[in-house]
Design a protein. Structure first.
Length: 479
């Protein structure tokens, strides 16, 4: 067990970096840990040393580069003074609450395959663990060559590797555009981008877009890049199946009606050796749920951490920022990270807090970006009729090979009303990913229209028994 100063920040993406820098500037001692090899998270992912120039281009944080460099410089300066402890390649697997604060249990995987157990204790804990790709299954989604849109981007950013020569992207949301543009710039042929929503939703509610001109300019840049590479964008269209023997060779697409069901007679087959699918993101809530943090409907089909105007959760001393509070992009995450750190400074009685005027500007920016995020969720909803794409033999849980038919069966007879009960009856979600891939889809089949909240997992990441055994007191299992 080691004392980690005044504040532990889990997650070194935009929110975690901003929170750590603000807390350090206010005089606190901070421990910042992340599962990656360097700060930056997925948005500011840096390429591996052996990657070529394509990775450098894809990973260049042109959106927020100045912010990234400023935060990196601030963290480096405080690290030299000894007030920041930066722990990379550290996977936090649970956290426990005590009267005097929190203990974060992690494993150091910096010398893999060796794992070293680490336990960090501090009076305040800030969770900024981000989010992960949400997937909706379809026939053939288990073929090699079908990836998440975020996985395609990670391969390109981390190693400069376009996952295929001819790619089709599908799903919904603005994230499809930068992935398509990066793949095209990296040399892949992007045969189509299939966006399930239509542009009319933005026309009906233009306010949040007009109040965020930088987002409009960003979208225009991606549109220009796609036009330059002659990438077709097909709206109100979804990938309804993947085909191939041994690996994906083609996808079937269809136009969607108002509820998201495929329109008969609109099917099309597109040759592809790689498919990237993304239906938005799901907040990574494992640590927060374990600590009893209340959740709230994020408005995009998922639950997120419920926080007040200062990013305080319902658990005293526990704060959350970034995508754990609802997906909204890097600018929002940075703003929330700063607000969370200001709250920590105030709650711990630290003297170094920003002046009220600067704080008000930061709060206004967060509110503006959060309104934009809500508008994105309204404009790019999950199609209510997506389950009509599934045949009964379509795998829903790939780890345990549970089919859509099996899930439908236990739901139809009233045995299961949510994904937790489906898990008990069918093993869906009991595999290696512990329901992170299939959980939202299983929940959508069992409780359509209800936001998805992950089941409580005391162990948030796979780890060895040796790491589980120490150091320090083992965490207690919540009742």
């Amino acid at each position: 067990m080691s004392e980690a100063g005044d504040l532990v920040v889990v997650g070194a993406g935009p929110a975690g970096m901003a929170a750590a820098a603000t807390a350090l500037h206010g005089g606190l001692r901070v421990t910042l840990l992340d599962a990656g090899p360097a700060p930056g998270g997925q948005f500011w992912r840096r390429p591996v040393r052996t990657a070529g120039p394509a990775a450098a281009r894809a990973a260049d944080p042109r959106h927020g580069r100045r912010t990234y460099r400023a935060l990196s410089a601030a963290l480096s300066a405080h690290r030299r003074t000894g007030r920041l402890t930066l722990l990379t390649d550290h996977h936090a697997w649970t956290a426990a609450r005590a009267e005097d604060g929190f203990t974060v249990h992690a494993v150091d995987r910096g010398r893999a395959p060796e794992e070293t157990a680490v336990a960090l204790r501090a009076p305040a804990l800030l969770v900024a663990t981000g989010a992960y790709d949400r997937q909706l299954p379809f026939p053939g989604w288990d073929l090699p060559g079908v990836l998440t849109a975020g996985g395609l981007q990670a391969l390109l950013k981390g190693g400069g590797v376009p996952a295929g020569a001819r790619v089709v992207l599908g799903g919904t949301g603005p994230f499809l555009l930068p992935v398509a543009a990066a793949l095209a710039a990296g040399g892949a042929k992007v045969a189509a981008v299939c966006e399930a929503s239509g542009p009319s939703a933005w026309v009906r509610r233009p306010g949040p877009l007009l109040r965020c001109p930088a987002r409009w300019a960003e979208a225009a840049g991606y549109a220009a890049a796609l036009a330059r590479h002659r990438v077709p964008v097909r709206t109100r269209t979804a990938i309804t199946a993947a085909e191939g023997t041994g690996r994906v060779a083609a996808v079937r697409t269809a136009l969607l009606d108002a509820d998201g069901s495929p329109l008969p007679g609109t099917e099309r087959t597109i040759a592809a050796d790689t498919v990237g699918v993304g239906w938005g993101f799901v907040p990574q809530l494992d640590l927060l749920v374990t600590l009893g943090c209340p959740l709230a409907d994020a408005g995009d089909g998922s639950m997120a951490a419920a926080v007040d105007g200062g990013q305080r959760t319902g658990v005293p001393g526990l704060y959350a920022a970034g995508e754990t509070c609802g997906v909204g992009g890097a600018a929002l995450a940075v703003g929330e990270g700063r607000l969370a750190a200001v709250s920590v400074l105030a709650d711990l009685g630290a003297p170094g807090r920003p002046n009220p005027r600067r704080l008000a500007v930061g709060r206004a920016a967060v509110a503006r970006h959060r309104a934009f995020a809500r508008a994105v969720a309204r404009a790019h909803p999950l199609p209510p009729g997506w389950s009509s794409w599934l045949t009964d033999d379509t795998p829903v849980c790939r780890c345990e090979e549970v089919t859509a038919g099996a899930v439908r069966s236990v739901c139809a007879d009233g045995s299961a009303a949510d994904h937790r009960q489906v898990k008990q009856l069918t093993r869906a979600g009991m595999g290696w990913c512990q329901g992170r891939m299939c959980g939202p889809a299983v929940h959508g089949l069992a409780a359509p229209g209800q936001p998805y909240a992950p089941a409580e997992r005391l162990i948030a990441t796979p780890l060895t028994l040796g790491a589980l055994a120490g150091p320090g007191e083992p965490p207690s299992v919540p009742s």
